[in-house]
Write a protein that binds this ligand. Structure first.
Ligand SMILES: NC(=O)CC[C@H](N)C(=O)O
Length: 356
């Protein structure tokens, strides 16, 4: 019998073997908490043809869950409204609040898995932050949608059902934090929003871990990088994140932004370089000067795929710079902030970029 066809609790009154089995299946259902933060998955548009023109973060979590009776067949689900915002407005404080709540819930014996509903714009950042900071082997699935629930072919309902299904499954334990959208199970570390108008928006350059179909997970690989239980960062011990900013490279770029950010107190600057993390000739000295003032310099690339090699393009050893490996600038920023909470130097930060 498929997981979606387990009979309801009402049968538990009946003493027949089938009813007893059904009652057992009922009590054996995992307990999954859905933490809602907003985004399109909680969005609403004026008409069914509004797939891209709508207001995000409108529908409260209880209404979202009530609209999906399928969830009750998979898990005992309850919701909590943590925020109701569009994810481009997420702040470091939002990350801390959310991760601390996830960590608290993960410690509860009556919680088997956690789902976070989230706007898609910064969803991959939040997922990576959770995978770096929450110490648990319980599955955490971060999910959003590309179309509001009011649109034709809305994707949120199935994405959410799949997220609950993955978060409630035993075979997802110990595999970290996932992004479950468009039937794929991607690992938080690798996944990014690569398309801004289609439902297949989330991609990992190293491929998905697996797929979830009709309530069953099909795994093809597992993450090899450090996460959750094996992370040296623990959200329970982090109350503040340092200022780390990103400087974007482009033709004719000038040092204005780097200098302003150093003056504004940035503790590290992630340089989103061209190509293989290359740095314009006129930017090298300002970045070296920033490093001279104690600011960490992380060389990443604005190119979405591939990775940045140490001492290629720039003499990182000589300048005491760090390379972000395959981390996109916005994810490199998160790891750098966390490293700084531990007082990491450039050598330690570089080690972290290889390991996480
Ligand atoms: N598809 C979405 O969720 C995008 C909506 C909004 N920009 C957000 O990230 O919350």
């Amino acid at each position: 019998m498929g997981i979606l066809s387990v009979p309801g609790a009402a049968l538990a009154q009946d003493a027949s073997p089938a009813a007893a089995q059904a009652a057992k299946a009922q009590t054996a259902k995992p307990n999954v908490v859905v933490l809602a933060t907003g985004g399109t998955i909680a969005g609403a548009g004026a008409s069914t043809v509004n797939s891209a023109t709508y207001t995000a973060a409108k529908v409260p979590v209880d209404k979202l869950l009530a609209g999906l009776p399928e969830l009750a067949q998979i898990a005992n689900v309850r919701g909590e409204q943590v925020f109701q915002i569009a994810s481009e407005s997420f702040t470091n404080d939002n990350l801390l609040t959310l991760a601390k709540r996830v960590s608290q819930l993960a410690k509860q014996s009556d919680v088997d898995g956690i789902v976070i509903t989230h706007g898609t714009d910064t969803l991959a950042e939040t997922a990576y932050f959770l995978s770096l900071t929450v110490h648990t082997d319980k599955p955490i699935a971060v999910v959003g949608s590309m179309r509001p629930g009011t649109a034709l072919s809305a994707d949120g309902a199935l994405n959410l059902v799949n997220a609950v299904s993955v978060a409630g499954s035993k075979d997802a334990r110990g595999k970290g934090v996932f992004v479950t959208m468009n039937d794929e199970i991607n690992t938080a570390r690798d996944v990014n929003k690569d398309i801004n108008i289609q439902t297949g928006a989330f991609k990992s350059q190293w491929g998905p871990l697996g797929m979830v179909v009709e309530g069953k997970n099909y795994w093809f690989r597992a993450p090899v990088k450090r996460h959750t239980m094996n992370s040296e960062f623990n959200i329970d011990n982090i109350d503040k994140l340092p200022q780390v900013d990103i400087v974007y490279a482009y033709g004719s770029v000038q040092p204005t932004a780097v200098n302003a950010l150093v003056d504004a107190g940035a503790k590290a600057i992630v340089h989103a370089g061209t190509g293989n993390g290359s740095v314009a000739d006129r930017m090298v000295k300002p970045l070296q000067d920033a490093r001279g003032k104690g600011v960490l310099i992380v060389r990443s690339a604005r190119v979405p795929y591939g990775f940045v090699l140490r001492n290629a393009e720039q003499p990182d050893d000589k300048y005491d710079w760090v390379v972000a490996h395959d981390m996109r600038p916005e994810k490199a920023r998160l790891l750098t902030m966390l490293a700084l909470t531990k007082g990491a130097n450039t050598k330690e930060l570089q080690r972290m970029f290889w390991e996480y």
